[in-house]
Design a protein around this ligand. Structure first.
Ligand SMILES: [Zn+2]
Length: 102
């Protein structure tokens, strides 16, 4: 079935840019069965999950396009957006294809 012995990371789609990424590169937001929206650091919380890249563009895009609101069919509280923004800020910058050493 699989070719070679390459490790396959589980992939998920970012709700903003719709790119597939390794799960660990994404932020998981969950709507609990009670309808509460929270950040899920463990990736194991039950409920409906949506994923966002740890990139400022995706955060902005998700807010503008209401990607998470659409995924959850409910409003995402401001405090959750603030938590997401904090994670995006703390995330290491994406790898540049350019060689930084010159
Ligand atoms: Zn994205």
């Amino acid at each position: 079935m699989s070719k070679g012995h390459q490790r396959v990371e589980p992939q998920r789609m970012c709700a903003a840019c719709r790119e597939m990424r390794d799960k660990r590169e994404l932020l998981r937001v969950v709507r609990s069965p009670e309808g509460e929206i929270t950040l899920d650091d463990t990736g194991k919380r039950s409920g409906r999950g949506a994923y966002l890249c740890l990139r400022p563009e995706c955060l902005k895009r998700a807010q503008k396009a209401r990607s998470l609101e659409r995924a959850f069919k409910t409003k995402v509280p401001q405090e959750v957006w603030e938590q997401i923004a904090a994670r995006v800020e703390a995330a290491p910058p994406p790898e540049s294809p350019e060689d930084k050493e010159s």
